[in-house]
Structure formats: C-alpha cells, structure tokens
Design a binder for this molecule. Structure first.
Ligand SMILES: CC(C)(COP(=O)(O)OP(=O)(O)OC[C@H]1O[C@@H](n2cnc3c(N)ncnc32)[C@H](O)[C@@H]1OP(=O)(O)O)[C@@H](O)C(=O)NCCC(=O)NCCS
Length: 150
C-alpha cells in the first residue's frame, strides 16, 4: 500500500462498518511495525482489497481486511490472507491475532478456513453499532526455522 492508493481505499471503505478514515490509514502507513498490502485487478489496476497489520517480535495482529463489494466471494480475501501468513512466517512470527464483530459470519468463516480459531471475546468492544468482538488466533510455522527476515 502506498499513499497514492488512499483515495481508492477510502472509497472501498466508504460503506463499511467501523470504516477507517484517512488519518487512520496514514497512521498505519507511518507505523514502523506495520505492514500494509493491496490487491489490484489485473488489466484495470483497480484496488480491490487491502489489509493492514502489525508485527511485534514473534506476534502479528491483523487490524483490517477489506474486499470491495463487487469482488467478494471470488477468493480474494483468502488469497490476501494466504500471502500475509507467508509474509508473517518469513518474519519469524509464531502467532497471529485478530478481532472481528460476532455477527461477521463471512469473516469468521474465512478466518476459520484459514486456520484461525476463537480464543476469547471482548464485550461491547465495537461502537456504531455496539457489539462484542471475537478474538481469533492462528499459529504460524516458520518456513525456514534457521532464518528470520526483518
Ligand atoms: C470478509 C471478507 C474479507 C471476505 O472476503 P472474500 O474475498 O469475499 O472471501 P473469499 O471469497 O476469499 O471467501 C473465502 C471463504 O470465506 C467464507 N465467506 C466469504 N464470504 C462469505 C459470506 N458472505 N458468507 C459466508 N461465508 C463467507 C467462505 O467460507 C468462503 O469460502 P467459499 O467461497 O469456498 O465458501 C469480505 O466479505 C469483506 O471485505 N467484508 C467486509 C469487511 C470485513 O468484514 N472484514 C473483516 C473484518 S475483521
């Protein structure tokens, strides 16, 4: 993700629950421990998905994953998550965490398919609308246990 991608990402986020604004996105781009990726449609180069997260030594947290409405259910979310799991593995990450709304069945199914399991719940974690959060975790194998890419 580059600063010039922000207008397209803000459009993608416009109708989302807990949508991120420009300040939040710029804050993530400036995060020394952050990682941010976009998926583009071949041919048009349009941004169709993005993901933001952070790595803290051997733990990672996925903070945001969003696929544009018209491109959902085509495997894009799964492709992006697979990529991020490999990226984390190469960084020496052992566990990856994330939170989601309890009502978000689509995301929960996706994460369960990708090897995440529920490890806890946070009451009233989200606002507008208020909702509990599920916390999920996935163990990550190091692709090469003798090396870490920093
Ligand atoms: C959740 C989200 C990222 C899924 O992205 P996607 O590209 O549509 O997902 P994929 O096509 O890779 O789907 C992979 C699996 O996830 C599950 N899934 C995805 N969308 C689903 C839906 N609407 N209902 C039920 N299960 C769904 C299915 O198990 C699916 O596998 P299948 O198609 O073989 O049945 C997308 O719906 C999205 O951007 N939602 C809004 C933002 C959001 O909720 N982000 C996650 C918050 S933590």
């Amino acid at each position: 993700m580059q600063p010039e991608d922000l207008p397209e990402i803000l459009t993608l986020e416009a109708d989302a629950l807990s949508a991120w604004n420009r300040d939040q996105l710029e804050g993530e781009l400036a995060q020394p421990t952050g990682f941010q990726f976009v998926v583009r449609r071949k041919g048009t180069d349009k941004v169709i998905a993005f993901l933001c997260g952070r790595v803290m030594v051997d733990e990672a947290e996925i903070l945001k994953l969003s696929v544009v409405q018209s491109e959902r259910r085509k495997g894009v979310g799964r492709q992006l998550l697979d990529f991020v799991v490999k990226f984390c593995s190469e960084k020496g990450v052992k566990n990856c965490f994330l939170e989601l709304r309890v009502s978000n069945t689509a995301a929960r199914n996706l994460y369960e398919k990708e090897g995440f399991s529920i490890i806890g719940k946070r009451n009233n974690y989200y606002i507008e609308p208020a909702e509990d959060a599920i916390i999920m975790k996935r163990k990550i194998e190091n692709s090469n246990p003798n090396t870490i890419i920093r």
